[in-house]
Write a protein of this length. Structure first.
Length: 247
């Protein structure tokens, strides 16, 4: 089996998964349409951005986060339990190639949620950004999902499928809720604001918020995402090795 063939299998399997389509494609777009109709015309006093633009980044971030975790945690756990992981080990693909393939497939599966939320913002709320801002936003939010893919692989390597699915969903909703993707930090209690700023989901979304405001992302947010990516990536490799031994 070659790496492109493996990626094709991964993507076809996820597009047939109703949970993927509902939670990571339909939900973000639906939430954006609902929230933007309620608060899209309001203007943020700090940034001067309309609510429709801020919500676009928030819901795109939620969809990308959800996609990256759901497309890695549950399938990985199922592959480990079904013996598919054992079959991959006897193919020419090395352990690193298997992990990289899973990462690439998950990153490709992030794009539908990102692009559809942005498209909904343009068509329904007439959101307009410069070509450079659109390119920077999509690229940053696409690459920024790597830590969440790694977290999904950790969950899938350590837990059986019936436990990995709820664990991934709890992690997905927890990171979105506590990271300020659904509610502004300004309305959160001080303790929750402190927790939010320590989470990768807040750093991830804040990069997008800064880009649509026409500003450079904060160095602390970029370093935060890089740090989480390195730590969770290393843990994903360790968890994969453990799963391989058990398989």
């Amino acid at each position: 089996m070659t790496m492109p063939h493996y990626i094709k299998i991964e993507m076809l399997r996820m597009f047939r998964n109703k949970r993927y389509v509902i939670f990571v494609v339909a939900f973000p777009v639906g939430f954006y349409l609902l929230y933007s109709n309620l608060w899209g015309s309001q203007v943020d006093k700090t940034t001067g951005l309309k609510g429709s633009v801020i919500l676009m980044v928030s819901m795109a971030a939620y969809g990308a986060l959800a996609s990256s975790m759901m497309s890695s945690a549950v399938p990985w756990a199922q592959e480990r339990q079904s013996g598919w992981l054992r079959q991959l080990q006897i193919t020419p693909l090395s352990g690193w190639a298997i992990i990289v393939t899973k990462l690439v497939a998950s990153l490709l599966l992030v794009l539908p949620s990102l692009l559809l939320v942005c498209l909904a913002a343009v068509l329904t709320q007439h959101v307009s950004l410069s070509a450079g801002e659109w390119a920077g936003l999509i690229a940053a939010m696409w690459i920024g999902t790597i830590p969440f893919v790694a977290l999904g692989l950790i969950i899938g390597s350590l837990l059986p499928p019936d436990t990995a699915q709820p664990a991934a969903m709890v992690g997905m909703f927890g990171l979105a809720l506590l990271g300020g993707l659904w509610f502004p930090l300004e309305i959160m209690p001080a303790t929750m604001r402190s927790i939010a700023r320590a989470l990768p989901s807040y750093d991830y979304a804040s990069i997008g918020w800064r880009i649509v405001a026409g500003e450079a992302p904060q160095v602390s947010a970029v370093l935060g995402i890089l740090g989480w990516g390195v730590v969770l990536g290393a843990l994903a490799v360790v968890a994969y090795r453990r799963a391989t031994v058990r398989a």
